[in-house]
Design a protein around this ligand. Structure first.
Ligand code: ATP
Length: 936
């Protein structure tokens, strides 16, 4: 027999027969005394036989001699054994919710009470044991239900009956009378009814079952009627004297053996539980009805499985990518830590060589927390920051120097930002660091030197008599051009010979003809190309594509952006070995406003290039010729009031100066030896002092300028201003005419330098405001902001260019107009769109460039909740939005520099903002492409 748990598990609602057993008791003392014999014998566990050999043939034919039941117990079997094998299974069904009954059936004194007493005791004991275990379980389940909020008030309800029937007895044998006899009759009737019911039940449930014929059968109906398990233990005496009762008992047992019952679990549920159960069932059925997935076919399961597998693969890839990113980040952190662990000399080396100084404007005590936070891995930063702060914009080496890490990664300014000019776009292929190294090699110390060289030329030029310079440089001798030009001015200033440029050169210039001393503007043939040098220019479509060369540019100091494209913009200057430069202006017609320069010719066979060189001319490279700002500037205090009255046609005094190739080196050397650097204030003063001498040497040019004053019409003037505004200024100052050709910026810059710090701050704020209004690229702003800190006098030029450019854009945008630059339409909406794209890029870069800790630090600093939903979006939206808060501006710049892996500012070519004074690297360098690759 199994345990209670096993019984519970095995209980089921299936049809089964009544378990019938027979227990044979031993002869009792009375029977023994009577010498009664035992005629019954259990031959095995299931069969009992009648062994009286004295029966007649008739008796033998009437009564079977062997009876088989579920279990037969011999006389020596214990009640415990009877219980275990004949009653326990049924009795313990009650704990599983089945009704159960255990009967003891047999004649009087056959041992019914003797058997049932034991069985009941054992059964109760087992049930009690089960209840004890179950109580713990139920208690636990109740707690769980309570915890889970489940209401399960259903319970099992079953009964177990232990029935000790009265024994049937023959009235004759009991010798009872009176009430005892009457009782015996009722008992026998009940037993008879029970027998009848059993017999009928054994034949099936067809027909009427007389359960109500006796109280006994009415009571036992649930146990016999089907919903319950029943075990009948028939007890019998082995004595021959009771053979008839024993046969009846066995007959009863045999009938009972045929009776089948179908026991079912009796579950009792409260109304509340029933309602909830039904509601859940209803919800489940509705869910199945709505969701076809619950009734998926095998094919659907396959598709679902494939989908899940794909998702798993996708997630595995993402995990792999994230792991790789994490490893990279860890490597970077490790490298930085190693860097931190290096000695100070190494830091200095790294800082000076590989991390060019980035000058940062700041208030005296300004120190950007953001900077410290972001660049905390760059040890030199803090030190540099601490040692800085001069109180205002940098103007010396004591300025704050910020080293932005990851400068090996270049960045790409937004398309709306000024692009690298032609030369800049032709840097080399991939190794940006190498490119920078190249720049450094070629221009170490360099831009300054060359700038000085240029101004030395100007100084020297100023010392020549009546000579004017042209800044054209032949492609073959670009680096020498300024000197050559200067020399030519010195040698042939009075020749006014036309040096016809080659076609290609002519193509990029807006020529104007000067015939018999009169200049005639020629339409610019390549306006678009000329404009392409504006700051709005997109990167060149191809490095091989000949770049348009505005005459202004060609007049300006040697520009790297041209140097790289010299081969594609061949000049005839070398062949001609002379360059005519006419210190005069052409006032272009409105149609030719974009014409940056004019080509003049005074003879059919030759043409003179009217070259106007001035700072403004240089600046105009980056400015739009239509810029109203330009017009305003042209009317500034440095502009003689009479300039607007000049006429192009009345410039006889503006001689054409034939310039032949010069020895740049020697000239530069001479100039440098004289210390005539344009931005050296002392030198400037010297130049100013030497003004008279200069004037004497250039009288003819001065005369020309004077003469022009009376003939200039306003329109022409404006055109001139747009093209060569500074040069025009020189015409207003005859006494300075020649010197001004090269040195007019000096005086202007000199004035500026005297109040430069405040001037710088003012311009910087103006630029920042305009950036904001015009939706200029944040990367461009950042680069410009970090690059130009006012510590260099020539920054003024760049800032002026930037202001003009932005003013122009603002003017266009404020009128809702568009402008087309190099085939590209610029408008406010377009700039806004590009700004949004750039912000998206920056958002992505935050994940790539900043560690999680850094990002959290940034969020905290910028007042953004770390767990807010669109925290990166919020952050990029705040960048550069407080134009009046320089701390905010600096923080924005540092963050963007970090995100974009800003290029090495100290080595970055400033010409990307329109001007350049440094030589170009000989090798090509796809700077723009490297920027793109660094961002994408
Ligand atoms: N298996 C047995 N082993 C030994 N003695 C037994 C056994 N069965 C019954 N007896 C004895 O037989 C006598 C009669 O038993 P019991 O009272 O249980 O019979 P009964 O069937 O209940 O009679 P009644 O129907 O009158 O109640 C008792 O003294 C009992 O001890």
């Amino acid at each position: 027999m199994g345990t209670v748990d096993e019984v519970v598990k095995e209980s089921g609602g299936h049809e089964e027969r009544i378990l019938v057993s027979v227990r044979l008791r031993p002869l009792n003392d009375k029977e023994i005394l009577r010498n009664d014999v035992s005629d019954w014998e259990c031959i095995n566990d299931t069969t009992i036989i009648y062994k009286n050999v004295n029966l007649s043939v008739t008796e033998r034919s009437m009564y079977p001699s062997a009876y088989t039941f579920d279990r037969v117990f011999r006389t020596n079997c214990s009640t415990r054994q009877v219980y275990e094998e004949a009653a326990k299974d049924v009795a313990l069904s009650v704990v599983s919710g089945f009704n159960s009954s255990v009967f003891a059936y047999g004649q009087t004194s056959s041992g019914k009470t003797y058997t049932m007493t034991g069985i009941t005791e054992y059964a109760i004991a087992d049930i009690y044991e089960y209840i004890q275990k179950a109580s713990c379980i139920i208690l636990f389940e109740s707690s769980a239900r309570e915890y889970l909020g489940r209401d399960n008030s259903s319970s099992l309800s079953a009964t177990v009956n232990f029935v000790d029937l009265a024994g049937s007895e023959r009235a004759s044998q009991s010798l009872s009378a009176g009430t005892r006899l009457k009782e015996g009759c009722h008992i026998n009737r009940s037993l008879l009814t029970l027998g009848t019911v059993i017999r009928k039940l054994s034949k099936g449930r067809n027909g009427h079952i007389p359960f109500r014929d006796s109280k006994l059968t009415r009571i036992l109906q649930p146990s016999l009627g089907g919903n319950g398990r029943t075990a009948i233990i028939c007890t019998m005496s082995p004595a021959r004297s009771h053979v008839e009762q024993s046969r009846n008992t066995l007959l009863f047992a045999s009938c009972a053996k045929e009776v089948t019952t179908t026991a079912q679990v009796n579950v009792v549920m409260s109304d509340k539980a029933l309602v909830k159960h039904l509601q859940r069932e209803l919800a489940r059925l509705e869910s199945e009805f709505r969701s076809p997935r619950t009734s998926l076919f095998p094919s659907d399961y396959e598709a679902l499985l494939r989908e899940k597998n794909n998702q798993i693969e996708q997630m595995a890839k993402e995990i792999k990518d994230l792991t790789m990113q994490r490893d990279i980040a860890q490597t970077q952190v490790r490298d930085m830590r190693q860097l931190l662990g290096d000695d100070a000399s190494l830091l200095m080396q790294v800082g000076l060589r590989n991390y060019p100084n980035l000058r940062v404007q700041g208030s005296p005590d300004y120190r950007s927390p953001m900077q410290v936070s972001i660049l905390s891995d760059t040890p030199s930063i803090d030190a540099d920051i601490r040692t800085c702060s001069d109180g205002h914009s940098r103007s010396s080496s004591e300025d704050q120097i910020i080293r932005v890490p990851e400068f090996e990664e270049n960045f790409l300014p937004n398309s709306s930002s000024p692009r690298l000019l032609a030369g800049s776009s032709n840097y080399s292929e991939s190794d940006s660091c190498e490119g920078w190294d190249e720049i450094e090699k070629q221009s170490s110390g360099t831009s300054e030197d060359l700038f000085k060289e240029v101004h030395c030329i100007e100084t020297k030029e100023s010392s020549t008599k009546g000579k004017k310079e042209s800044n054209f440089s032949s492609p073959e001798e670009s680096s020498k051009f300024p000197a050559e030009m200067t020399a030519e001015i010195g040698d042939k200033a009075d020749k006014a010979t036309v040096s016809p440029p080659a076609d290609d050169y002519e193509r990029v210039l807006t020529p104007s003809l000067k015939i018999n001393g009169e200049l005639t503007s020629l339409p610019c043939k390549e306006d678009q190309e000329c404009v392409s040098f504006s700051p709005y220019e997109e990167e060149r479509k191809s490095s091989e594509e000949p770049l348009s060369l505005p005459s202004k540019d060609s007049q300006t100091l040697e520009s790297p952006k041209f140097a790289d494209n010299r081969e594609s913009v061949p000049f005839a200057l070398k062949e001609e070995k002379e360059l005519n430069c006419v210190h005069t202006f052409e006032a272009p017609s409105p149609a030719n406003l974009s014409s940056p320069c004019e080509l003049i010719s005074d003879s059919p066979g030759s043409r003179s290039l009217k070259l106007c060189r001035s700072r403004s001319c240089k600046a105009s490279l980056m400015d739009d010729l239509h810029s109203p700002r330009f017009k305003e500037l042209s009317k500034n205090e440095n502009t003689p009031p009479s300039r607007s009255e000049r006429s192009v046609n009345s410039r006889p005094e503006c001689r054409e100066i034939k310039i032949s190739p010069l020895n740049f080196t020697s000239d530069v050397k001479d100039s440098q030896e004289k210390g005539s650097t344009i931005y050296d204030e002392n030198d400037v003063n010297e130049v100013s002092k030497g003004e008279d001498t200069t004037n004497e040497n250039v009288n003819d040019v001065d005369d020309a300028c004077d003469a022009r004053t009376d003939e200039t019409d306003e329109l022409q003037y404006e055109k001139e201003v747009k093209e060569c505004p500074e040069a025009e200024l020189e015409h207003d100052k005859p006494s300075k005419c020649v010197r001004d050709v090269g040195l007019d910026p000096i005086e202007e810059d000199l004035k500026t330098l005297r109040s430069w710090p405040s001037e710088f701050n003012m311009r910087q704020k103006e630029i920042i405001e305009l950036w904001n209004v015009c939706n200029i690229s944040l990367v461009h702003r950042t680069y410009f902001f970090l690059l130009f800190q006012g510590d260099d006098a020539k920054d003024a030029v760049y800032m002026e260019v930037e202001i003009r450019r932005l003013t122009f854009l603002n003017d266009i945008y404020s009128h809702g107009e568009k402008t087309v630059v190099n085939g590209r339409t610029l408008s406010l909406s377009h700039s806004m769109k590009e700004l949004r794209q750039e912000r998206r890029m920056l958002r992505k870069q935050m994940l790539r460039k900043l560690t999680e800790e850094e990002r959290e630090s940034v969020y905290l600093k910028w007042g953004i909740r770390i767990n807010s939903k669109h925290r990166r979006f919020q952050l990029v939206q705040r960048l550069w939005n407080k134009t009046d808060d320089m701390n905010h501006i600096a923080d924005s710049a540092y963050l963007i520099a970090k995100l974009t892996g800003l290029m090495k500012p100290g080595q970055a070519p400033k010409e990307m903002f329109g001007l350049d004074f440094s030589p170009r690297p000989s090798r090509t360098y796809s700077f723009t492409r490297s920027l793109i690759s660094s961002i994408l």
